[in-house]
Design a protein around this ligand. Structure first.
Ligand code: SAM
Length: 292
């Protein structure tokens, strides 16, 4: 286990419990179990409830396993949420009462050592959530063409004005081996006025774009939204917490357009009290839909 002294605080926890759990003896799937914050709260709600926790990150799952070892109604699986059908099949479960997806990065991934998600620490360019996956941030940064980089920084980073300049600078600084070297290449692409104007760190958008690309985050979310209604019992719930407008737009539109679902709640955002103890929840939005 890498050095890690923080604890992930589950986002919008009360709101998730209120909208997701509608059946006292249901089976619920926490599709992004992470450090087990939501999983634990769902399982502790009632011992007749069963919770299946999925995550692609074996290191994060190790933490969850330790934290949840006292709970008999939780089972954890190293699997992507798009593999939900396979997991259910191995357990001979046809349909579940609810699924939760808490998108984004866990505190362990961000603050733990050596994962390369954060621009505030100098680390190798990795950013993989699934450590068995081949493609890393280094592959994207060092091997993608300038056009491809520009497109993902524009689309996934919503870096509307400077995507091309940042891509050009990245290409001209190759090879880029660490997060700090990447930060430097991004900085060189931005005019001084722009660097001063930005409220958030100037590398935030580009790092987000590369992370989304490395982990196929938007593609996975779309695949999941299409497959999941078939695995929900009637009135079964789907709750999704997103952290940026690209994800939220996909969820919002899907809930509107999928005839198998009806939108129940959202966007629900954290209140002032939650933000005071967990500023990471700042951009979270929860949407909930029900299987017709
Ligand atoms: N809800 C968790 C808690 O309270 O501890 C935190 C979840 S964290 C924000 C998001 C988690 O989703 C990360 O641990 C990440 O590894 C996982 N993840 C990302 N993509 C995934 C995928 N396709 N399938 C399963 N888990 C995924």
């Amino acid at each position: 286990m890498r050095i890690y002294n923080e604890k992930h605080i589950p986002v919008l926890l009360e709101e998730v419990l209120k909208h997701l759990i509608w059946k006292d003896d249901g089976i619920y799937v926490d599709c992004t179990a992470g450090e087990g914050g939501h999983t634990r709260a769902i399982a502790e709600r009632n011992d007749k409830i069963s919770v299946l926790g999925l995550d692609v990150d074996s290191e994060v799952l190790e933490i969850a396993e330790k934290r949840l070892s006292h709970l008999n109604n939780v089972k954890l699986f190293k699997a992507s949420y798009i593999e939900l059908p396979v997991v259910l099949k191995t357990l001979s479960i046809n349909r579940v009462s609810g699924v939760l997806v808490d998108l984004g990065v866990s505190t362990y991934q961000l603050k733990g050592e050596g994962r390369g998600f954060s621009f505030s620490k100098d680390e190798p360019l990795d950013m993989r959530m699934n450590l068995e996956q081949k493609k890393t941030a280094s592959d994207v940064v060092n091997n993608y063409s300038e056009d491809e980089l520009s497109r993902i920084i524009f689309e996934f980073g919503e870096e509307k004005r400077f995507a091309r300049r940042i891509a050009k600078s990245i290409v001209s600084h190759r090879p880029i081996n660490t997060t700090y070297e990447l930060v430097e290449a991004i900085k060189k692409a931005l005019p001084i006025g722009e660097l001063r104007r930005r409220k958030r760190h100037f590398a935030t958008k580009t790092f987000q774009a590369i992370r989304i690309e490395v982990n196929s985050e938007l593609k996975n979310l779309k695949t999941f939204l299409n497959l999941v209604p078939e695995y929900l019992e009637p009135q079964g719930r789907i709750a999704i917490i997103s952290f940026h407008s690209l994800e939220d737009r996909i969820v919002k539109n899907h809930f509107k357009e999928d005839k198998r679902l009806s939108s129940l709640a959202g966007p629900i955002v954290p209140g002032r009290e939650e933000l005071s103890v967990n500023p990471r929840a700042r951009s979270a939005k929860l949407r909930v839909a029900e299987r017709r």
